[in-house]
Ligand binder design. Structure first.
Ligand SMILES: *Cc1c(COP(=O)(O)O)cnc(C)c1O
Length: 388
């Protein structure tokens, strides 16, 4: 099976082979099983999780463990570390990862260091300072910096430090971190893998069997198990990931070019743009630049007017769905270092010309006075967690 291309694996991996079997494993809703079989109790394993894990493992070239969300996968990986361990996290990173680590650091469980992992000298200096785990994203959320993963994993390995790569933005179809030396590739399957904005799920894919076994043990003990229906839907989503991504990526390229040429739009960040600082590296390292585009408007107010002026793209957080979603990223707590007017857009499957008409109209609205009745993109309510 490993001889076929990733697009094919996404369709066939995890499919039962027995004569008479359904084409895909059906959702098995069971908290427990009669004695004498393979599974036992519902928190230990489930055939529907196993099919999804087999497919993700085949795509990433490792062994996958599914969790109830991307955050649960992150927590499982970090909770394996010894008390007082130091984690090096990229300067730009998903707010949930940074938030989890900041909380662990504040409570004295872990130490947190940040560095620009796209800068080899800064990375080497940080690694030399006693790091137990390095956690990278590439492209990063939301600034879309591209990190040389092969170089990073090599620098980490030279010092005996395992590297974790959050592969949510790229998906295993665009890059395979384990191949370049990462110990773990992690996903919020909530995003591109599920692909339809209707589920939460996470996956950690381990390069070696011992790490895989430890993660399964953590999941069993901590109980952050995936929902059966979620695992079923995520595998169904994975089957169409290649065609979704191909179209989303093509549209993202067109929209990024047009945004870059638009008056009123500052810097556009998209690794697919020839002018992007990450372009050369992304071209060498990835099979495609992905479908998230970030761009800067002059102020937070202009970005809010832009978002409020959209009629087709949905003003919301999250990404990777069939629908185009847009938000001003700095509205969330924990977004220090994010330009105030930065808009993150996840390009969906709508016709690219319809999307451009929508963006173009909203850009005109953003440039003018605030339209009557337009509400700014809401800040999270009291008690809301960090941004997605
Ligand atoms: C959303 C996201 C996560 C967290 O995943 P959830 O499924 O929301 O828990 C982790 N990393 C990245 C890059 C994300 O975008």
């Amino acid at each position: 099976m490993s001889a076929v291309r990733p697009e094919t694996l996404a369709v066939v991996a995890g499919r039962p082979a027995a004569p008479g079997a359904p084409l895909n494993v059906a959702p098995t809703f069971a908290s427990t099983y009669r004695d004498g079989g393979l599974v036992g109790y519902g928190r230990w394993d489930n055939p529907t999780w196993a099919a999804f894990e087999e497919a993700m493992g085949a795509l990433e070239g490792g062994r996958a463990v599914a969790f109830s969300s991307g955050q649960a996968a992150t927590a499982a990986v970090l909770d394996r570390l010894a008390l007082g361990a130091t984690v090096l996290l990229s300067a730009d990173a998903y707010t949930g990862t940074a938030g989890y680590l900041a909380e662990a650091a504040a409570a004295g469980r872990l130490r947190l260091r940040r560095a620009d992992l796209a800068d080899p000298a800064a990375t080497a200096a940080a690694l030399d300072d006693g790091v137990d785990l390095v956690w990278a994203e590439s492209p990063t959320n939301p600034l879309l910096d591209v990190v040389d993963l092969s170089r990073l994993c090599r620098a980490a390995a030279e010092r005996g430090v395992p590297a974790v790569v959050d592969n949510t933005f790229a998906t295993p179809l665009l890059q395979r971190p384990l191949e370049v030396g990462a110990a773990l590739s992690l996903h919020s399957a909530t995003k591109y893998v599920g692909g339809h904005s209707d589920l939460l799920l996470g996956v950690a894919v381990a390069a070696d069997d011992a790490t895989h076994a430890e993660l399964v043990a953590r999941r069993t003990l901590a109980g952050a198990v995936p929902g059966v229906m979620e695992a079923f839907l995520a595998l169904r989503g994975l089957r169409t990931l290649a065609v979704r991504l191909e179209r989303q990526q093509r549209s993202a390229g067109v929209l990024a070019e047009r945004l870059a040429a638009s008056p009123g739009v500052g810097r556009v960040r998209y690794p697919g743009l020839a002018s992007d600082p990450g372009h050369r590296l992304a071209t060498a390292q990835m099979r495609g630049p992905g479908a998230v585009v970030s761009f800067e408007l002059a102020t937070a107010e202009a970005a809010d007017r832009f978002v409020a002026g959209l009629r087709l793209a949905v003003p919301t957080t999250s990404l990777g769905g069939v629908e185009t979603t847009v938000e001003r990223r700095s509205r969330w707590p924990g977004s220090e270092g994010i330009p105030a007017g930065l808009v993150r857009m996840s390009v969906g499957l709508e016709h690219v010309e319809d999307l451009w008409s929508d963006l173009d109209r909203a850009l005109s609205a953003a440039a003018g006075p605030a339209p009557a009745g337009a509400s700014p993109s809401p800040a999270p309510g009291a008690g809301a967690g960090p941004a997605l």
